[in-house]
Design a protein around this ligand. Structure first.
Ligand code: NAP
Ligand code: GFB
Length: 324
């Protein structure tokens, strides 16, 4: 998309992990371009499960583009407990945002899916073409089907009205401004918080890594994802979904990820204990990042250990005010 055509980008979910990373890149890392205005909204600006509020938000800011990040989001265990809520809330948010965007004649909307929504039994590495080729992993079927419907809605608006509604598909994201809640969070922020508390008071705060530590994940640093999303809003001209992830070779086990956190927090990982009575969730969901690498061959992902260290340092510095 030529720069001159870019005017106002509304970012829903602007106060969350990914939204804050986009804001950081735009406002602090020099990603902002002449003639662009980026607006970062949270649920205080509008409850996107309500169509009228959604329409009023768009009428207020009159965006030319929307980066749609807002969602009910959580780790494995809160998904296991609340699949119906994850389905219904995300279905409402997504239908409202896309309908309101269309009715306001906004042509480009970039929405956000997740690699966990792909079919669980599939040939690896997964690519963008396999989204509907089988059921997702049972642990988060609610969230997964709601997210898959974004791709269906996109196709509907694009075919029927010539829109360019597209979606990006990140793998597991982590970074500053994450949700560090002890039960509802994803694995990296959850373990950062648990290990930090254990270090603060070893007597009071025992903890175990949940599951066996064997499952495999591709973790993407939120700042890297944000740069790729900003590019997608500006330049991606296709209508097909786009995976945004580190490569297959960067896939690591949960155990290795936790050991990385221990090193970053200077905690002896010899003491790590695993609670194998807790679900492992999906064993793997290995995606190919071939398409984005072809589009952006010079893009450099932040090394995992550096990203973990930066996230841990941010958490310790912002312990009192962060989401936990
Ligand atoms: P997050 O930190 O939980 O942020 C989600 C944001 O959505 C929050 O800022 C929240 O606003 C907003 N939101 C939730 N319900 C809303 C509502 N009813 N009305 C308005 N805003 C609402 O999540 P995230 O990790 O940044 O996720 C951003 C996107 O990336 C999501 O679409 C998610 O599915 C996707 N994604 C995340 C991961 C991951 O590992 N984190 C992986 C793949 C894809 P408030 O803070 O004001 O409540
Ligand atoms: O990040 P996470 O919760 O999400 O990772 P998923 C779960 C994996 O980490 C499982 C292990 O193998 C857990 O056994 N784990 C170990 C822990 N200790 C902990 C802990 O303290 N907290 C958590 N959360 N996990 C999610 C989907 O799957 O991926 C969501 O459920 C979302 O819908 C997200 O899409 C990106 O990668 O398993």
């Amino acid at each position: 998309m030529a720069e001159s055509e870019m005017r106002v980008v509304l970012v829903t979910g602007g106060g969350g992990l990914v939204g804050k990373a986009v804001q950081h890149c735009i406002e602090n890392l020099g990603e902002k371009r002449e003639g662009e205005t980026w607006i970062f909204c949270t649920s205080k600006d509008a409850d996107l499960t309500d169509l009228e509020s959604t329409k009023q938000l768009i009428a207020k800011y009159k965006p030319t583009h929307i980066l749609h990040l807002a969602a009910l989001v959580g780790g494995l265990y809160v998904n296991l407990a609340r699949n119906l809520d994850f389905f219904r809330v995300n279905m409402k948010i997504n239908d409202n945002v896309l309908l309101a965007a269309h009715e306001a004649n906004i042509n480009k909307v970039v929405s956000c899916l997740s690699s966990c929504i792909f079919p669980d039994k599939i040939k690896y590495p997964i690519d963008e073409s396999s989204l509907h080729l089988g059921p997702p992993h049972d642990s988060n079927f609610g969230y997964s089907y709601a997210k898959r419907m974004v791709e269906v809605l996109n196709r509907g608006y694009n075919d029927q009205y010539g829109r360019q509604f597209v979606s990006v598909i990140p793998t597991n994201v982590f970074g500053p401004h994450d949700n560090f809640h002890l039960q509802n969070s994803h694995v990296i922020p959850g373990l950062i918080h648990k290990i930090y508390l254990r270090k603060q008071d070893p007597i009071k705060n025992d903890f175990k890594v949940m599951g066996t530590g064997k499952p495999l994940r591709q973790f993407i640093f939120s700042h890297d994802l944000a740069k790729l999303m900003i590019w997608t809003v500006r330049e991606y001209s296709e209508k097909k979904p786009l995976i945004l992830s580190v490569g297959e070779k960067d896939e690591i086990s949960i155990r290795d990820a936790v050991m990385n956190i221990c090193s970053a927090l200077d905690y002896p990982f010899e003491n790590l204990q695993f609670d194998t009575t807790k679900s492992d969730g999906q064993y793997k969901k290995t995606v190919s990042n071939e398409k984005i690498v072809k589009l952006l061959p010079d893009f450099k992902f932040t090394p995992f250990d550096e990203a973990v260290k930066e996230t841990c340092d941010w958490f310790v510095k912002n312990f009192d005010s962060c989401r936990k």
